[in-house]
Design a protein around this ligand. Structure first.
Ligand SMILES: Cc1cc2nc3c(=O)[nH]c(=O)nc-3n(C[C@H](O)[C@H](O)[C@H](O)COP(=O)(O)O)c2cc1C
Length: 183
């Protein structure tokens, strides 16, 4: 029986998303008492404050999943040196109505992968700024700016040999971070 339920938020809707592949692969490095579930954000309407008193079913579902999670794992691409709009839309939705921020207090980790040289560094900094405002305690180190290149994943979709040690350490630190906040 899992003791720690983690909601995974992937910032890409792309079918063959590297970030979704990374999310799928890195959870295999977690201990058995951790379980991970990717939350769906692609069917959320565009956030409109007029709807706060009458949130869509997809928004209620997202908020329920966040409320039910012990921790959060964000895995996101960088779009134009920031986070994708779909991710910001999800963050805004579950933060409202005012006073009913579903994210508050949930320990989080941030990862991102890009074929670009800086491996989502700027997007992650923007994301961290938002997470701070939303009262989400976020693992500071190690940072994980993943440069997508051949061999990042093996044929079975696991983390490839060259990145395994680094990402195993990242996961170990993340696990300790979640346990520290949930205990
Ligand atoms: C609208 C858009 C903006 C992008 N901007 C950046 C960027 O600022 N930095 C970067 O490294 N890659 C950028 N890219 C390239 C993405 O890193 C690349 O498309 C990546 O595969 C997206 O992640 P995904 O595979 O998880 O969907 C951009 C891609 C798109 C579609």
């Amino acid at each position: 029986m899992s003791q720690y339920r983690i909601a995974v938020i992937v910032g890409s809707l792309r079918q063959d998303s590297f970030n979704r592949q990374l999310a799928n692969a890195i959870v295999k490095l977690a201990p058995p008492e951790f379980s991970f579930k990717q939350v769906q954000i692609g069917d959320l309407p565009l956030y409109n404050q007029d709807d706060d008193a009458n949130q869509a079913e997809s928004v209620k579902r997202l908020k329920n999943e966040i409320h039910g999670a012990d921790g959060l794992l964000f895995v996101t691409p960088e779009y134009n040196r920031s986070i994708p709009g779909v991710l910001k839309n999800a963050l805004d939705h579950a933060s409202r109505p005012y006073g009913e921020n579903a994210w508050a207090g949930k320990p989080a980790g941030v990862l991102g992968a890009s074929p670009g040289a800086i491996g989502t560094a700027m997007a992650q900094q923007h994301l961290r700024s938002i997470l701070t405002f939303l009262d989400i305690p976020t693992l500071g180190q190690p940072e994980a700016f993943i440069h997508v290149k051949d061999g990042l994943f093996d044929e079975a979709g696991n983390i490839g040999a060259d990145s395994k040690e680094f990402l195993q350490n990242w996961m170990d630190q993340y696990v300790a971070w979640v346990k520290q906040h949930v205990a």
